[in-house]
Design a protein around this ligand. Structure first.
Ligand code: SF4
Ligand code: SF4
Length: 382
């Protein structure tokens, strides 16, 4: 294994895209406590991107991690996102601003962010890959990789074109494993074919695999009773993703200390590593996936790409709407702060205000037909 890859201690990464909030800002005290706890338990991989929390995730990295801990204590990944550069000339200043925001001299991993067939052409036109490889030669990046959201054949094409890519971040969880849009299994198989280590994102599908609908919850409760296990719902999902060969890191966007403790326990319960799923457990997860599939929920991960950077001219709170729709469909109730009135207040558009411009769909990593789905939301709530 590559020296730096070997420096990754344990296979759980702290994704800093859903950080704890207080009074509308990132709660730095809570993040500091989580960072310290994560390191104290022997984990060291942190993941951010310029767009997370509208640029404030990188600053939280500096204030809570890099200014408080020695550089040798952590591995830091950042990403190059298409929204923040218009030409090759923009990339280096952007990169330098990312180093400065994070308070480091180099990134361990620098990923070409959210690659799909369309923005791959844009990255090539702007010589983004070539620039990243140059940064690596200069020692400002240890490893260049990509994070991926498209079909398996597209990844195959990218890795053929840029075999220098060292690592690939993919969406992988038991709901998306055979999903025809996400193609988790096939995408993973392409990584294996090219011999690339894998970073896993969305192992709990934006929290969708934590709070399960009744029938799915019963399937896991029955499993726990039968096997005497006390594994949490998130635990089953994380163990599913981590159990495949070549999975270098499972990223979890942790939002509070309880989630973190649960995740840390899952990844340290068995001789300092996680316990792979048994066949009986795989069977139960397949049942849960079938239940989800039969319910018609919207497979939105809540990433918020569609509403960042003024993507929606009507200011429709798309992820909140889909979350409410799913909550209503799967659980028959809404969170008190997620009522339709709440998410359409303060200048936010209703689902029926959509003017069908399609800007949201251009950036949705899940390739959701958002315009059509908003019609379903309007039918249900208006
Ligand atoms: S298609 Fe509708 S929801 Fe999407 S960006 Fe345009 S107005 Fe907003
Ligand atoms: S609709 Fe797509 S882009 Fe928007 S939050 Fe959901 S998954 Fe992300």
């Amino acid at each position: 294994m590559n020296r730096d890859f070997a420096e990754i201690r344990k296979h759980l990464g702290f994704g800093m895209m859903r950080l704890p909030m207080k009074d509308g800002a990132i709660d730095n005290d809570a993040v500091c406590a989580m960072v310290d706890r994560f390191l104290e338990r022997g984990f060291n991989y942190f993941d951010t991107a310029h767009g997370y929390h509208d640029g404030k995730s990188e600053i939280a990295v500096r204030e809570c991690l890099t200014s408080r801990h020695d550089r040798s204590e952590y591995i830091l990944t950042d990403k190059l996102t298409d929204e923040y550069f218009a030409s090759e000339e923009d990339i280096r200043p952007l990169f330098e601003s990312q180093l400065e925001a994070c308070g480091v001299d180099y990134f361990d991993f620098y990923l070409m962010h959210a690659q799909n067939a369309k923005n791959f052409e844009y990255f090539k036109k702007c010589r983004a890959y070539e620039t990243a490889f140059e940064l690596k030669k200069e020692g400002k990046v240890r490893h260049v990789g990509l994070s991926f959201h498209d079909k398996a054949e597209v990844l195959d094409m990218m890795l053929n074109e840029y075999p220098e890519i060292e690592i690939v971040q993919i969406q992988f969880n038991y709901l998306d494993y055979e999903d025809l849009n996400v193609e988790s299994r096939k995408v993973y198989e392409v990584c294996r074919k090219h011999g690339k280590p894998v970073l896993v994102m969305e192992p709990v599908k934006g929290g969708n695999l934590v709070n399960l609908p009744d029938e799915a919850q019963k399937a896991l409760d029955d499993l726990r009773e039968e096997t005497g296990s006390d594994c949490s719902n998130a635990g089953y999902a994380l163990r599913f993703a981590a159990g495949f060969d070549g999975m270098e890191m499972i990223l979890s966007g942790m939002s509070d200390m309880d989630q973190m403790e649960d995740n840390l326990n899952i990844f340290t319960e068995c001789d300092g590593d996680f316990r792979p799923l048994e066949e009986r457990e795989h069977e139960a997860l397949r049942k849960v996936a079938d239940i989800f599939g039969s319910m018609g929920s919207i497979p939105c991960t809540g990433c918020s790409y569609c509403v960042e950077e003024n993507h929606c001219p009507m200011e429709i709170s798309i992820p909140s709407m889909f979350r409410s729709f799913n909550s209503d469909l799967l659980f028959g109730k809404l969170d008190p702060w997620m009522t339709y009135e709440a998410i359409t207040s303060e200048g936010h558009g209703k689902a029926s205000d959509c003017i069908k411009c399609g800007m949201c769909e251009n950036v949705c990593p899940q390739h959701l037909e958002i315009r059509d789905l908003l019609e379903k939301v309007a039918d249900r709530f208006e």
